[in-house]
Design a protein around this ligand. Sequence first.
Ligand code: GLN
Length: 322
Amino acid sequence: MIYPTYEQKHVPLTDPAAVREVFREGYENGRAACEYGTAASYIPELAKADAAAFGLYAWKKDGEVIDLGDTTTRFSIQSISKVINLAVALKFIGFRETFSHVLMEPTGDAFNSILKLDLVENRPFNPMINAGAIQVMSLLEPEFSFEELLEFARAICLDDGIELNESVYRSEAETGDRNRAIAWLLKSKEVMKGDPDRITDLYFKMCSLNVSAKSLAGLGLVLACEGTNPFTGKHLIAPGYVRTIKSVMFTCGLYDESGEFGVKVGLPAKSGVGGGIVCAVKGPMGIGTYGPALDAKGNSIGGITALEHIAHRLRLHVFDYT
Ligand code: GLN
């Protein structure tokens, strides 16, 4: 492993060969760290993933890419779909209405926790945990079909190849009682309107979209480009909403590991139990990682390790002032 040390001089983004070397080191570190994690098993289909697999894809606005390891394997987006759902809600329902149904506070609890929802506040704490994402989905379900959400996901990830992974969807729907419980709890509190079963079904479908590390880099790149597809110039979501999304990702994107990730990496990111992490970086650049070996909090251990190295060596932390 090549550990970042604080004596090391940082590598300027203007030196492409040195930047590539930093990414390669980050990739090697991430790949080596995978042995300390395990693939998620509470959704049975996810346990089939190769826990040693690791890929890292960086995509810059000028089209330059850094493509290392397993970047073409399709895996389910899982919680990273929460970013897409929030983007749709902000774009079509607006900031005020969306955040009248869900808060914007980190919880410090596990992603599927019900604790604060029942004991502290009736509205879910933020849109990046299951309760918040299911609540956001209740705003979308009457307005959008799955096909329309899929179309938006393809556009914002710069990937027309995204499809529903039927076997993950079935596996998730069969075992998703906790998420249904969250939806019915929200309904019982009259926080959620609509049919909890239809809402959780759409939530499961969005979690089961098949992406790759490259699609996640595409999503990161669009967020880094303030909501515009840099290759076509098409505006997908307004810059003010992107600022909100990145702020919520920064504070809540890695569940109860968001604080530690914020200190050590310092970038807006979102993880999923399928093994993906999306990250939006100055440059502008998007980074997508794939490593299904997860740590105890449900975050990709390889992804976090790689991003920590890269962010440190390239001084990408949002509070690095150089
Ligand atoms: N579909 C998963 C669930 O609802 C998403 C969780 C995750 O990626 N952390 O449990």
